[in-house]
Design a protein around this ligand. Sequence first.
Ligand SMILES: Nc1ncnc2c1ncn2[C@@H]1O[C@H](COP(=O)(O)OP(=O)(O)O)[C@@H](O)[C@H]1O
Ligand SMILES: [Mg+2]
Length: 477
Amino acid sequence: MYQPKPSGLTPHDRKLIEVATYLARIAIERHQIQAEKKATEAYNARLFNEVKQAEIDLRQNKAFLEAQRESSLDGILVVSHNYEINYYNQRYLDIWKIPPELQNARDDRSMLTYLMHQMVEPDAFLKEILSLYEHINESSHYELHLKDNRVIEKTSSPVNSSDGAYWGRIWYFRDITNRKRSETAIKQKSQALEQALEELQQAQLQIVQSEKMSTLGSLVAGVAHEINNPLGCIVGNIKAVEDYSKDMLGAIALYEHKFPHPGTEVQEKLEGFDLEYLREDLPKLVSSMQDAGNRIKSISKSISTFSRADNNQKQEFNLHEGIESTMLILRHRLKANQHRPAIEVVTDYENLPAINCFPGQLNQVFMNILANAIDALDESNQGRDWAEIKTNPNRITIRTRVESEAVKISIADNGKGMSEEVKAKIFEHLFTTKPVGEGTGLGLAIARQIVVEKHGGIIKVNSKWGEGTEFIITLPI
Ligand SMILES: Nc1ncnc2c1ncn2[C@@H]1O[C@H](COP(=O)(O)OP(=O)(O)O)[C@@H](O)[C@H]1O
Ligand SMILES: [Mg+2]
């Protein structure tokens, strides 16, 4: 019969237990290792897939990039930080006509030399390159002109890693020859158009001016001429009238003396017209007729001076005569009217030499400036009553000077003046601040043309809003 031992394990038992435990641990470890191996295998497989996918992505990106670079209109060149050529596209080779041996060399220096040979200003390009070597983080952009007349737009930027390390430089080259050509053509066209417009305006001014001058000129010259003949008759005969009347009065006095009693019929006739008064008044009357006749003569002379038909030839002319005759033509506008007292005209003339000019045209200039001055004075009078104007009278001051081979004529008014905006535009064709029907905007454009273009002179303006205006004309002697 089996009887368990009452106490403890035999050494043999203990050994057995030890072995069993050992075996169990090994089994467990093996299991663990197998589990780990499985996990590692799965991880590796995943990793492998990811790498594979990344490789596919990379290849795809590269293909896209490549396609992009190759289809670009720009020639692209990439140079690494150690000046090795890293990449270029076909367009780059085409633009710069790079030969095959150079394509393979990949050497930045020989490439650069090859490019520079084609440039009109290689030194400037080299300077730019050297500067970029020094300032590696700078970008640059400019136009290169090639000896074969092409124009290449060049852009260059640094390529940096995300942490800022310099990896190299990328260059873009674009052939902009056609664009430049059309830009130049457009610029030339618009310049030509501007020029044509300017010429047209000048021609128009000239036509307007000569038209006006010839109409006005021939009109007044005709009137003056027509007046001259009868006037000559009147003035010429006044002397005879004076002599005849003296003779007649002398004869009457003699009759009176010889026949103190001529009879009632003669007595009544003599009493009928106050012979004594007639004797006194007739010489005065004749004399004032003489004065008036002389005045008409001088007016007529001024009119002829003003309207001298001199469009073809320059002639010696005394400018004071021109200014005075112009003032005479404008006399009716200077005179007092119901709104204001007469405009004061102050002249300060220096002894001027006669100058070689177109007198009729210069008179036109004086006329335009003086007429504007009168307009400006009339405008400044608005809102002021007669007494106010009287205390601060309307005045035009005309000053002439000789200065270093030139004559200076200043015509100033104390009228309304001009704002800076108006002042900047007054010589422009058709610029006017006056109401329709009053201003043509041609007066000063014509004046400028006559002074500057026809006489090689200068016309300047000084003006202050509310204070007045001065025009200064300088004419070479
Ligand atoms: N003496 C002046 N004072 C103030 N403004 C003036 C004077 N002269 C010219 N101007 C300004 O210049 C403009 C152009 O003058 P102008 O060419 O003679 O044309 P218009 O007299 O027909 O307006 C005028 O409309 C006026 O505004
Ligand atoms: Mg005018």
